[in-house]
Ligand binder design. Structure first.
Ligand code: SF4
Length: 402
């Protein structure tokens, strides 16, 4: 598996595969063919179908700055990947002087068809499954965060930056008001939920509302193309930060411990990325919000000081109950169901950690985390493309304007 740097990325919302990925692909292409007279970008499949709502054309135009550029939305799917982009560079006479086919593979990551995966990214973690990692931790009597710092040796400083960026996005979101972009006409409500929560007497209800407010804050920032951290994607960027912020505010958990928790969550996200997918276009929302929920529940379990078996238990429970979850953003905006879904997943992640802490004492989970990832990957393949970031099915089809 790769460094956690390639999982947690800082960038503009609203969709890592539709904004951060295409932005980075465009940057690499421009770097390679910077002297061209003009350019063309063809967006295929999911990039075309939800590209407008996900601001794909906006971010590509912004990256190409004032260069001559034409963008085409082509609704057919290419066999290699549902998020395919073809980029062309032309000379003054209209001759093609550069061409690349690229894939935005989820979480802002990308690959080029002319490079194989080994050329594209260094693998630094030697274990590719949770079972093998757990065995290694037990054999060597180390924690999961120690494992990360051993193999991803300079990651700690980067995770501190990531934590601060996550908190920035919450604090910006809690201070903002007004309408979200697009035609859904949705108000930003994170600040309202937050202030309402502070008035609620019941501590448990208040905590749930606060966690929800933090998740809404990040995802409303994301919907406004604000800067967020992929965890593991833009669409699912509110789940992990909301719980970290909750521990920071309520329990005064020090940042060094929260960074360790981010490392733990990162391994869970990396395993899903390596063995299944974190892309809504490939696996539906189970791959995005389901993964975020697994990451967050492992992180909360770590903050509860649970052992590695219970961390695995929590991560598995969190994914198991997202299996089959479809991606169906209404009108292609990463707003409905996405914003609320992050808040629901944050609460579910907390509950999954509570299950691990308490119910885990009576019975070990029968389904392993590796098995649930395998199941998620297979379920994602079976899902119709209507439910994989195309806005052709589900809520996107059935929710009509009032
Ligand atoms: S429904 Fe889920 S996977 Fe689809 S855009 Fe929203 S958050 Fe991402």
């Amino acid at each position: 598996m790769e460094s956690l740097r390639y999982l947690y990325k800082i960038g503009p919302g609203p969709s890592s595969s539709h904004t951060i990925g295409p932005k980075r692909i465009s940057e690499v292409f421009l770097n390679e063919f910077h002297n061209a007279y003009s350019y063309k970008v063809d967006l295929f499949g999911s990039l075309a179908l939800t590209g407008k709502g996900h601001l794909t054309d906006y971010i590509i135009e912004k990256t190409f700055k004032n260069r001559r550029l034409k963008i085409n939305f082509i609704y057919e799917f290419k066999e290699e990947h549902p998020n395919t982009m073809d980029l062309y560079a032309y000379d003054k006479d209209g001759n093609v002087i550069g061409y690349r086919r690229a894939f935005s593979i989820g979480g802002g990551d990308f690959s080029f068809s002319h490079l194989d995966n080994n050329e594209q990214r260094k693998k630094i973690y030697p274990h590719q499954s949770m079972d093998k990692i757990i065995k290694y931790l037990k054999d060597n009597k180390i924690s999961l965060s120690d494992y990360v710092y051993y193999y991803d040796s300079d990651i700690k400083e980067y995770l501190h930056i990531i934590l601060d960026k996550m908190f920035d996005s919450i604090e910006r979101g809690l201070k903002s008001s007004g309408k979200l972009p697009g035609t859904l006409n949705l108000e930003r409500v994170a600040s309202k939920i937050y202030h309402h929560a502070l008035e609620v007497d019941d501590e448990s209800e208040r905590d749930k509302l606060l966690i929800s407010a933090y998740a809404y804050a990040v995802n409303e920032e994301n919907a406004c193309a604000g800067e967020i951290v992929t965890a593991p994607t833009c669409g699912s960027s509110g789940v992990v930060p909301s719980l970290l912020y909750h521990f920071y505010k309520k329990f005064k958990t020090p940042k060094v411990k929260l960074v360790d928790a981010l490392a733990v969550a990162g391994i869970i996200g990396n395993l899903v990325k390596r063995n299944a997918t974190i892309s809504g276009a490939e696996g539906g929302c189970q791959a995005e919000v389901g993964t975020a929920c697994s990451m967050a529940s492992s992180m909360v379990s770590y903050l509860f000081n649970l052992d590695i078996d219970k961390i695995e238990y929590a991560a598995e429970v969190a994914m198991e109950h997202h299996l089959g979850l479809t991606c169906d953003p209404v009108k292609g905006y990463v707003q409905i169901p996405c914003i609320e879904r992050n808040a629901v997943a944050a609460l579910r992640a907390y509950d999954a950690a509570l299950f691990a802490k308490h119910i885990g004492n009576y019975r070990k989970n029968r389904v392993s985390f590796d098995q649930v990832i395998e199941t998620m990957a297979a379920t994602g393949k079976d899902l119709s493309y209507h439910y994989k970031e195309t806005s052709l099915g589900g809520l996107a089809k059935h929710v009509k304007d009032k």
